[in-house]
Write a protein that binds this ligand. Structure first.
Ligand SMILES: Cc1ncc(COP(=O)(O)O)c(C=O)c1O
Length: 1005
């Protein structure tokens, strides 16, 4: 067969080259494309011949010239300039084009970035401090981290088409619960430092917000202590850094809300905290333990010694170091604390057929519902990395994890013996897992000797160095380390050291701390040992989830645009991914160049003077920006300014971040047209003018409009002593046409995982850097280990100095590939795509909040409220869209029972039309309900989505044909995405909360 096929191909090739005109007839499953004739004309050779053909903007921007022409016609404008003039108020248009470089072709870009990356030096880093090298199983690297079917997914708000990642995140929770010995875990936080800050707040809330002392052991990681202090300031929590074994909890119990311990601690010591935990409990405090999942494979779990909360970084479970991130922080607590838990939680519920189905649980704690009263401001977390860590546990299983932990521990024991043999004292001898703190004459001298071998160690002080071993370490690495400590490096005899270590009687984990309890017993962690099984499991889960590999995800406010392969490739280059966040600066020159260039480009795009790349989500950016505003006021003797005005239409993270920054939230109304109610704004400003700190505005607004009143609103706030924070989630509608600084903002965050092409990863990672005017620059966040930020920097808002640094090459690449013109063209295309869809849907649905010229910005809102009295709600359309192969637009935000559509510039007209056709077909289905032609409660909308199981069942008692349910439009026959469960019952899941993997028996029940 193969030779016949090859023969046919050869004949085809010969025929094609024999003629100068070729016919290309390409049939796609979706449609038949028109026949295209390629004319070969001979042109005179010139220098033009060297012009590269791999230019990028035409790959990033969906519609081509002919498509744009047709779309402009549909919108009713003669050209794009007319559209822009009608959509954007003239007063805010930028006077000058963007001063960015020309766009680079794809191959040139990769060459340039490689030459920058090669300026990083990839040394072996045994620095520890919560970041430890790991062997990322290639089956996970290729099939999860480098796989668009995983990294382009959205947060699983539509559970019926997200069961794969929900299962994987449930595995993550189960793994965390098992390892920590605590029953209840979430599906990741942003990093260990901020997870510790969340724990502190949880303890404070438990103490009803009036016990203001939180004790932190002095041997917690320094960046964790710094993050805690930053967060504590706004709540006036008194962080006491102390030696917990010498702190008098009983005497200080009156104000004690809790204590943070590190296990093993930052110097590697494994302490027995059981008695201490009892003392803290007796004093009325809670115990939070920052810990290490790998160490817990050998150590008694925090839950077993009585801890209330356990948290940490799951990075060493199969996620690259990445110069600090992205990695998934984990967080677990006792049952009675679950409603105070920050972040996303996955729970088990059931679908309409009574089958088990997973979903996001207890959402009523979260910012998008509870706003300033939420348990945290977390929206984007670290889902993709949590999935990687969960897969690592699935791949290795309990015996594999134990073997890895024992190997690391065993090698550390050998190293300890050799160091002892060389005459050094080990501070934590006999009580370590993977980290040794060694007393030396000069830390600098030892560090230098190690550097000569391309090894990084940590200097704890002038006379103590620490070494943290990891899974990548082998025999030669141990020999190299022994040579660093040997008086005479040629005398190192590993065999002898091993023999001495074996002869040593002392155990390196105190007996009472050795783990005896089992973990990872669920079948999911015991069934996928061969790579074949693992590959199939990953693929099995992936095939349940709809992502950008299937169809457009038109989520308003989320900008689900292309995450191009060329942008993604550098993320896993070793020069970016294998760097410790605290590596010496001469090893991170490449990062420095890339980060500085990115900062400069972001400053140009926003019109601001300075930027910070530290915040690792949009919400963290909001927090950082508001804290910088607070510090600015305080520096001018106006520290009492603490009122933050927030329009009613704002995203939930805005009020939640303002509350976290210690501000009082005052809501500003919007008028009936969706515009900021300037009258109400003036009244609220007048009422609060002595205390006015800031206003947070999203632009274009979350109603999808460029509000003409924005400049006036900024003016009013400035005149009354406030600052303007711009939520930059909608920056995709501004680039090249207007700038936050020109509009009047003082600071804004950018969601790099929206506008700047970092993929959403099924709920993270993200990056939310901030840019600001020069007067706020001194307050940009600092860091205790790597100097960052302004002269009067606020404390760190992330554990790592540059947040999730290893995904920043994505945004750097996007800007460089698109260049000045491409970036602006992308914005124009985003506006055109949105207005085209608006125009196509307008006759079928009411579109809310267009401007005076009838235009929307980069997104628009479809009003479903007129159908509600007839029984059809936004959720019914969202679920029915799944039958048509689409992810729903944003549902009921910012207005209940609406759908907010944002197509982005990356979707072609063909795809926009497919979506519009689906919406129009659904409108007819709605009409059948509205007119009473079909039953109100038993129709194709109410019963959607229709899973394969429902469709294939022998029982079919629905009052419409199967065909209509599954194939409402013809192209679905060739390309159908099947929801794997039918509509998920949210209420049942919250009533019967289960947040770890159910046993197979429970599944069957
Ligand atoms: C308008 C707006 N602001 C802020 C955020 C928060 O960003 P993140 O999810 O990165 O925390 C979002 C996220 O969707 C958003 O849409």
């Amino acid at each position: 067969m193969l030779s016949r096929a090859l023969g046919a191909r050869a004949i085809l090739r010969a025929t094609a080259t024999a003629t100068t005109t070729r016919r290309l007839a390409v049939a796609t499953p979706r449609m038949t494309r028109p026949i295209v004739r390629l004319q070969h004309t001979s042109k005179p050779v010139s220098a033009q011949v060297f012009k590269p053909l791999d230019t990028f903007p035409r790959r990033h921007i969906g519609p081509g010239a002919a498509e744009k022409e047709a779309m402009l016609k549909e919108v009713g404008v003669k050209d794009i300039d007319e559209l822009l003039a009608k959509a954007i108020p003239a007063a805010i248009r930028s006077p000058k084009p963007l001063a960015l470089a020309e766009g680079m072709p794809e191959r040139d870009l990769l060459k340039r970035l490689k030459s920058i990356a090669e300026k990083n030096k990839v040394y072996r880093s045994y620095i520890g401090m919560g970041y430890t090298d790991t062997v990322v199983p290639n089956v996970i690297l290729r099939n999860v981290l480098e796989n668009p079917a995983w990294y382009t997914q959205y947060t699983p708000y539509q559970p019926e088409i997200s069961q794969g990642r929900l299962e994987s995140l449930l595995n993550f929770q189960t793994m965390v619960a098992d390892m920590t010995g605590l029953p209840f875990a979430n599906a990741s936080l942003l990093d260990e430092g901020t997870a510790a800050a969340e724990a502190m707040l949880m303890c404070w809330q438990t103490g009803r917000r009036n016990k203001n002392t939180f004790v932190v052991d002095e041997n917690c990681h320094p960046q964790t202590i710094a993050c805690l202090k930053t967060r504590a300031e706004s709540f006036k929590i008194n962080v006491v850094v102390a030696d917990v074994f010498n702190y008098n909890f009983t005497e200080n119990k009156k104000n004690l809300s809790g204590v943070l311990l590190q296990y093993p601690n930052t110097r590697g010591t494994v302490h027995d905290y059981e008695a201490l935990t009892a003392t803290v409990h007796a004093a009325g405090g809670q115990v939070a333990v920052a810990t290490d999942l790998m160490a817990l494979a050998m150590l008694k779990s925090p839950g077993e010694f009585g801890a209330d909360i356990a948290l940490g970084n799951s990075q060493r479970f199969g996620v690259p170091l990445g110069f600090g991130g992205p990695h998934a922080a984990f967080f677990a607590c006792k049952e009675d604390q679950k409603r105070r838990m920050p972040g996303r939680i996955i729970g088990v519920s059931k679908d309409a057929e009574g089958n088990p189905a997973l979903r996001l649980a207890l959402q009523t704690r979260e910012q998008h519902i509870r706003r300033e009263k939420a348990t945290s401001n977390i929206c984007t977390a670290q889902a993709l990395l949590a999935n990687m860590s969960a897969m690592y546990a699935v791949y290795h299983g309990p015996e594999g994890i134990k073997a890895i932990a024992e190997r690391i521990h065993g090698m550390t024991g050998v190293l300890a013996q050799g160091i002892r043999d060389s005459g050094y004292a080990i501070e934590n001898d006999g009580a370590f897992f993977d980290t040794l703190s060694v007393k030396v004459d000069s830390s600098a001298a030892i560090i230098q000797k190690a550097l000569e071998k391309e090894i990084n160690l940590r200097a704890i002080n002038n006379n103590t160095v620490s070494i943290t071993l990891d899974e990548t370490v082998g025999q030669q690495d141990v020999v190299d380390l022994l040579q660093v400590f040997a008086k005479d490096s040629s005398s190192v005899n590993l065999e002898q050291v091993v023999a001495n270590a074996a002869g040593a009687t002392q155990s390196n984990v105190p007996v009472q701390l050795q783990r005896t309890s089992a973990y990872l017993q669920h079948p999911i962690f015991n069934s996928h040992r061969s790579e074949t099984e693992m590959m199939r499991y990953i693929h099995h889960l992936q095939s349940k989830d709809l992502s950008l590999v299937h169809s457009m995800i038109p989520l308003g406010s989320c900008t689900m645009k292309l995450n191009a392969t060329t942008e993604m490739v550098p993320v896993t280059w070793s020069e970016f991914s294998n760097i410790h966040p605290f590596a010496p600066s001469d090893q991170t020159e490449g990062y420095k160049i890339m980060l500085e260039e990115l900062e400069k480009d972001l400053e140009e795009i926003t019109g601001f003077d300075a930027a910070s790349l530290q915040p690792n989500s949009g919400a963290q950016g909001e927090y950082a920006g508001l804290r910088a505003i607070g510090a600015y006021h305080a520096a001018r003797g106006e520290g009492h300014r603490n009122v933050c005005l927030i329009p009613i239409s704002a995203h939930g993270t805005n009020p939640a971040s303002a509350a976290m920054a210690g501000m009082d939230v005052v809501i500003v109304k919007c008028d009936d047209d969706g515009k900021l109610d300037v009258k109400d704004l003036k009244a609220k400003v007048e009422k609060n003018k002595d205390k006015l700190a800031a206003i947070m505005i999203t632009y274009p607004s979350t109603y999808g409009m460029f509000e003409p009143g924005v400049v006036e609103a900024c003016d009013i706030v400035h005149k009354n002593g406030g600052q303007v924070y711009m939520d930059g989630a909608n920056l995709n509608a501004q680039i090249g046409l207007t700038k936050p600084a020109e509009i009047g903002a003082d600071v804004c965050h950018m969601n790099l995982h929206k506008t700047f092409c970092i993929p959403h990863g099924g709920g993270g990672p993200g990056m939310g850097p901030i840019a600001c005017k020069s007067h706020l620059a001194p307050y940009l966040p600092g860091h205790p280990i790597v100097p960052t930020g302004g002269q009067n920097a606020i404390g760190p808002v992330s554990a790592a100095p540059y947040g999730s640094a290893s995904i920043l090459p994505i945004s750097w690449s996007y800007i460089k590939l698109m260049g000045r013109e491409g970036m602006t063209d992308a914005t124009k295309a985003a506006l055109l795509n949105a207005n085209y869809m608006r125009s196509r849907l307008e006759g079928h649905y009411d579109i809310l909040y267009t401007n005076d010229s009838g235009m929307c910005g980069h997104e628009f809102i479809v009003d479903i409220r007129p159908f509600v009295p007839k029984g059809i709600e936004a959720i019914d359309i969202a679920k029915r869209l799944q039958d048509y192969g689409f992810h729903s637009p944003t549902m009921s935000f910012p207005v209940t029972n609406t759908l907010m559509v944002e197509p982005t510039e990356s979707e072609s007209k063909v795809e926009l039309d497919r979506f519009c056709d689906a919406m129009i077909a659904i409108r007819k289905e709605i009409e059948d309900v509205v007119s009473g032609k079909v039953p109100k409660d038993n129709n194709v909308l109410k019963n959607s989505p229709h899973s394969l199981e429902v469709m294939m069942s022998d029982k079919w008692d629905k009052p419409y044909p199967r065909e209509l349910a599954a194939f409402p439009v013809p192209h679905l026959r060739a390309n159908k995405f099947w929801p794997t469960v039918s509509r998920v019952d949210d209420a049942y899941g919250d009533r019967n909360l289960m947040c770890t993997c159910p046993s197979p028996e429970e599944y069957l029940e």
